[in-house]
Ligand binder design. Sequence first.
Ligand code: HEM
Ligand SMILES: [Ca+2]
Length: 547
Amino acid sequence: MSNRYSKDPELVNFLERLLITQLWNDITKPPSMLAGYSYRSSDGSDYSRLILYSHLGKAGSQYARSVPIQKPFSKLPDAGQIFDSVMKRDKFIPHGSGISATMFYLAIIITHDLFNSDPLNHSINRNSSYADLSPLYGNSNEEQAKVRTGVLGHLKPDTFADSRMLLQPPGVGSLLILFSRNHNYIADYLYKTGKFKDDEHLFQTARLINCGYYLKIILRDYLSAILGLDRTPSNWFLDPTKPYGSSLLSGPLPTGTGNQISIEFNYIYRWHPAISEADAEWIDNEFKRILKTDNLENVDPNTFVKKMSKWHRSLPKEPSKWTFNNMKRDKNGKFPDRDIAKELIEGTEKIAGAFGANNIPSALRIIEIAGIQTARELGVCSLNDLRKFLNLVPYASFEDMTADKELATKLKTLYGDINNVELYPGLMTEKTKPSDKLGSAIALPFTTSRAILSDAVNLVRNDRFATDDLNQHNIGYWDWKNLELPDKQFESRSIIHQLILKHLPGRYPNDSVYALYPFLLPTKTKEILIQRGDELWKSIDFNRPRI
Ligand code: HEM
Ligand SMILES: [Ca+2]
């Protein structure tokens, strides 16, 4: 250092500090990875790299609360009245962007991965607070053991752990079975490398990779459909797992610090208006069959919970024996590829419902009422409280909350004061983003569209197994191109076709729109691909696969 600088001790001190700060920041504190192998636990414990926080988001934890109630609610309306007046579907309102039911089948897998409220204590979430395929792998050692064969790292054929999936439209179980098959495909591949000797090592490595695919599909297909990115030829997608190291202006953006799902997120992600017309009818029939009644409106919440628990208890103890939609397993325990493909293809042809008021199927009335009442018991904030928390301007009036005058009047009759509007009924009735637009193709309600991204980024980035520990060593040097078909001719950001084409072989042509873009109606995909101005649409087969 020249004399001129050494004569200015303050400047020297400042420069030294910059240098030391940068060098200090080079090393992650506490460490982000440990030597040896690191795998996901069965219950989501130890997903945070911070030892002190190792219980964060573990199955059986209490929901976190993000927002305190700022202003006490005054007299609240009857939950049944709220549902009947502003939430109930009278006439199906189709989604304005051509989004398919199949996209919401993945959404249902995600929500059943993140949320599993204990019916006896609604403040408890029985699942891990991470996107780690809990519906497939279970939420405890006990559940996990039931779906494993104990040899070669395999899951039992076409088996998943969460019996709630059996009560969803059959496309949901069908999609989950592709992830079940994917696990075994990965385990077989790893075994053939000769580097893996025991069941546990194979199973855990295959799970880590399979959860990696699931996350990639969520970011590259699901989130892209939500944002409407297929409207541009760019392959960009939003990736919350990306490392952002330190710069002179800011420290590194941490990863793997752990996550605990909030109760607000549970309500933000109840997207029941999106249920398609056919699926609403399906669930209506299922509930009538299980509850043994023709009149769902007369069932009270306690009877509903009791009869549902009884139904779950009546299932075979072995998840590998479960079935749904009357599908029959073959002698090896597998469902026919044709049946699985049929549900996913039909899902791609069913238009989802639009978000916004008066579009929740009436079969869910009892669930919605219970949900509103539970929010009151748990002290969930108001719609405006959540808006303030997110630095959004609170709604000043009912007319500000919705442009629909009739709806504003109904809400005013129910709630009196705009600050009295509860979170869940508020999210279900506030104005929605315009459909068919780049950036918001899913046309969510305004507050939901902002809030969901914060929750999603946190739960993904704060999972060490979706970031630092999804490293080459832990995944056994797995090549992510292994699922790509050799003759693939499409350079695109999406990858869900890999799962569909690999695990339903021969059912779809490789260039089928049903495999490449299952989350939009095929007619819609054609329209937006033509509009975006490149030639891709010409190489896609838009016909329904002949399964
Ligand atoms: C036909 C389709 C659907 C059916 C039959 C259905 C059924 C149900 C039922 C029965 C519950 C109450 C569970 C309980 O209180 O224990 C529930 C809760 C919930 N649903 Fe749905 N749902 C459907 C679609 C969706 C969709 C598309 C989403 C979002 C993408 C969604 C998100 C949620 C969430 C987050 C909860 C709260 C879960 C919990 O607290 O454990 N559902 N749904
Ligand atoms: Ca989970």
